[in-house]
Each structure stands twice: as structure tokens, then as C-alpha cells.
Ligand binder design. Structure first.
Ligand SMILES: O=P(O)(O)O[C@H]1[C@H](O)[C@@H](O)[C@H](O)[C@@H](O)[C@@H]1O
Ligand SMILES: [Mg+2]
Ligand SMILES: [Mg+2]
Length: 330
């Protein structure tokens, strides 16, 4: 069968690598910092430049494709997922890190098509199926070749329902290229990824972020959730400062789970597929199905840990990413 989207994915990898080079060079120069929704929601000219570079390069090759880009949306472009091929771009995930030279910064490119297609990404990872273990370097773990490659608790279709066809997260300062293609596994620099096999939350590390909302009521909820989870007790809490890298850490098996409320579709799109294809599960913070536009996520190595975290979170619901879109899902 013709592989419709491999060309696009190859382009995304090369665009992310090029963008990473621009980000690394910009780190050596003075950065002019601007603010968006609040004084702690930062943006720089590099965010804007990198997004335009990626969009222009895609437009030249795929003139009919659509875009959801963080900085374009900030400038008034719509944030709409449709059946059309759509590139979902976060030019710098971890802008605050970038501004402070805290060394975790990623370029994130997700690609969605056929929004309405009701085929769950976790199809081959149904109950009783999970990867037997990481494959050797360069070895592709392909769902197409059968469910026997997975064993164990797996992402039930409900939890793994995604609209993303491929995802690319380039951790520019580590020079790590995380990639996933729907049904074909996740990789870091070509090596297959597998989530942690840890089943006990008491022996887990959990990643989260504090976001950019400083409303005291929201901050109280964030700290209440953090306190509940820390006191389970867990081995530790970590924050990389970028949602995409936190999720790639889940996919890599370094942390068992990541949760956050308040980030956006461009933070999540690519990395959600990377987690799912590494055998992980995605869930809403209240335990329902993951929704790319809801600005809420738990990404975990297994359902038990995801559900335990959801039981400890003080949930709230920020305005959806598609709230302002005409015809947006309710
Ligand atoms: O604004 P950037 O740096 O692209 O993205 C950040 C999110 O806005 C923020 O909510 C989140 O906490 C942070 O991890 C993320 O990377
Ligand atoms: Mg981001
Ligand atoms: Mg960003």
C-alpha cells in the first residue's frame, strides 16, 4: 500500500532539525523577550521566526495542507482540527527555558488528518497485548505485523484515541530526535522506545509543570494535586520545563507519568503519539478519554498509574483550544 504520509514525516524531521539549529544559534545571542497572555507567558522573535520557517517550508512542499501553530494562533489564526492534513507546530516548547538558557528546549511537530476517523491508535495495544521489550537498534516495531508484539496492560482504545498520524519532537540541546508514526512505534534517534514497566506508583517518578496561570485559585489546585501525589508517596516529582520533553521522558521509560492542565494542542500533539506508540496510555485528568483540544492530559506508562494520578488531581477546565473556532466540537 502506498505510504501517503512518509514524505510529510521525513519533511517534518528535517524541518525540526533545521529549526533546532536556529534555536541553538539564537541561544548564543541576546534574546528579546515579549509577553502574550500574561507577564509569565513568554515569546521571543526566535519562536516566531522558527514557526514561519517551518510553515514556509511545508507550504512549498504541501501547498494544500493546513496549520495550527502556537505563534500563528497567538497572532489570531484559527485553531481548528479538521479532516484536512494539518501540521500542529510548537516552534519552541520551553520558551521560558530558552529565555533563561535552562537546557531543555524542543521543536514539536504533529500531523493530523481525518479528524473524524474513529480508528483508535491503540488498536494493536488492546488488553493482553504489549511490546515484549525494546527491539534492537534500528528495528521497527510495527503494529501492522500483528498484535503479538505487545503484551500487558495496554492502552485501551478509549484511552489511546488519537487523531495524530505522526509526531516529531526534537530536543535541540540534547540532539535527540523523537519520532512516532501511527501504528509503527516510537523512536529516539532511530532506537525504539518503550515505556517503563513499573506498576507501583510508590516506585515511580511523576513529571508535571506549573504552567503560566498565576490565578491563586488555580495555583492552589496545582499545589493540592502535587501534594496529594507527592504524599502517596512517589519517588519524586520532576519538571523539564517543556511538555513535549516530559512526555518523551514517559515514552523513554525515564518517568512513569506526566500530567498537566493548561498546556495546548501544540504542546501535546506530537508527543501524545510518541507516548502511545511507546506502549503508554493517555487519559484526561478526570479519567475520561484524552482530548487533544481540552488542554488537560495524563500520559502514563500504564492505565493503573494513570488512574491513580487522576484520583489525586484537583481538576479544573481551562478554555478549550478550539473554543473560539466556528463549528468547534462542544
Ligand atoms: O509556551 P511553551 O514554552 O511553548 O510551552 C509551555 C506551555 O505553555 C506550558 O503550559 C507548559 O507548562 C510548558 O511545559 C510548556 O512547554
Ligand atoms: Mg509549548
Ligand atoms: Mg512554544
Amino acid at each position: 500500500m502506498t505510504d501517503l504520509w512518509q514524505d510529510a514525516m521525513d519533511h517534518a524531521v528535517s524541518a525540526a532539525r533545521g529549526a533546532g539549529q536556529v534555536v541553538r544559534e539564537a541561544l548564543l545571542e541576546d534574546r528579546m523577550v515579549m509577553v502574550k497572555s500574561s507577564s509569565v507567558d513568554l515569546v521571543t522573535q526566535t519562536d516566531q521566526k522558527v514557526e514561519q520557517l517551518i510553515i514556509q517550508s511545508v507550504k512549498e512542499k504541501f501547498p494544500t495542507h493546513r496549520f495550527i501553530g502556537e505563534e500563528s494562533v497567538a497572532a489570531g489564526e484559527p485553531c481548528v482540527l479538521s479532516d484536512e492534513p494539518t501540521w500542529i507546530i510548537d516552534p519552541i516548547d520551553g520558551t521560558t527555558n530558552f529565555v533563561h538558557r535552562f537546557p531543555f528546549v524542543a521543536v514539536s511537530i504533529g500531523f493530523s488528518v481525518n479528524k473524524q476517523r474513529a480508528e483508535p491508535a491503540g488498536r494493536a495495544s488492546g488488553p493482553g497485548q504489549q511490546r515484549a521489550g525494546p527491539a534492537g537498534p534500528g528495528q521497527q516495531l510495527s503494529r501492522a505485523s500483528g498484535p503479538s508484539q505487545r503484551a500487558g496492560p495496554a492502552a485501551e482504545p478509549l484511552l489511546a484515541f488519537l487523531q495524530v498520524e505522526f509526531g516529531v519532537v526534537y530536543s535541540c540541546l540534547e540532539d535527540k530526535m523523537f519520532t512516532a508514526r501511527r501504528g509503527r512505534g516510537s523512536f529516539c534517534n532511530g532506537d525504539p522506545l518503550q515505556v517503563s514497566e513499573q506498576k507501583a506508583i510508590q516506585q515511580s517518578i511523576i513529571a508535571t509543570e506549573f504552567g503560566s496561570d498565576r490565578d491563586p485559585e488555580v495555583v492552589d489546585k496545582i499545589f493540592s494535586s502535587l501534594r496529594n501525589i507527592l504524599c502517596i508517596p512517589v519517588h519524586g516529582i520532576r519538571s523539564a520545563g517543556t511538555a513535549a520533553i516530559n512526555m518523551c521522558l514517559v515514552a523513554s521509560g525515564c518517568v512513569e507519568a506526566y500530567y498537566e492542565i493548561g498546556m495546548h494542542v501544540w504542546d501535546l500533539a506530537a508527543a501524545s503519539l510518541i507516548v502511545s506508540e511507546a506502549g503508554g496510555v493517555l487519559m484526561d485528568v478526570e479519567g475520561g478519554p484524552f482530548d487533544l483540544m481540552s488542554r488537560r492530559v495524563i500520559a502514563a506508562n500504564n492505565r493503573t498509574i494513570a488512574e491513580r494520578i487522576s484520583g489525586e488531581i484537583q481538576a479544573y477546565a481551562p478554555a478549550r483550544d478550539d473554543a473560539a473556532a466556528p463549528g468547534a466540537d462542544p
